[in-house]
Write a new protein. Structure first.
Length: 176
């Protein structure tokens, strides 16, 4: 299979957390052209955090997209020029007040390559200890909750943890 040809990306909208772009692509097999919509946003990190007793540290927060309170892993955007691991360490402490010196990569995924440009990096942070320091964004309110590994897996299976990237990060951890 050959890679399709893509025209220059044209910005339609610049929002706070993403850019909406349009492009024209050409199918190399038949020469047909079509317009595609693309969402460009920062790469993300998700952190599966375990305390010194191997309990899973999760965060509860309001999500405007679903208009729900969600239970998920600590996560956030990677800042321009920032290393994904450094972003994971920063997000863990900012959202949970925990830190770790024991980090393992759980890989990364393309979030939705059909129309999104970003990737999500997953990390495991073991032996996390509380620092007491959090640093929430202006429109962020987070509650930290700690669960056994067994309870966490049950909550994923029952849909209590429904955030797709948090679920995937946790499943990658449980598959180790």
């Amino acid at each position: 299979m050959k890679k399709w040809e893509r025209s220059e990306l044209k910005e339609v909208l610049r929002a706070a957390v993403f850019r909406y772009l349009k492009t024209e692509v050409t199918n190399p097999r038949n020469g047909e052209k079509a317009n595609f919509d693309i969402i460009q946003c920062a790469n993300w990190v998700n952190v599966v955090a375990l305390d010194i007793n191997e309990n899973v540290i999760l965060v509860k927060q309001y999500r405007a997209g679903s208009d729900e309170i969600t239970l998920e892993t600590a996560a956030g955007a990677i800042e321009k020029g920032e290393d994904p691991l450094d972003a994971a360490k920063r997000e863990l402490e900012e959202e949970t007040g925990y830190q770790s010196d024991d980090w393992t990569s759980l890989g990364h995924v393309d979030v939705n390559p059909a129309f999104m440009t970003n990737q999500c990096y997953f990390y495991l942070a073991k032996n996390c200890t509380p620092t007491g320091k959090t640093n929430f964004d202006l429109m962020e309110e987070v509650e930290v909750e700690v669960f056994s590994k067994e309870k966490t897996l049950t909550m994923i299976k029952e849909g209590v943890i429904s955030h797709s990237l948090s679920s995937l990060a946790l499943f990658r951890f449980f598959a180790l």
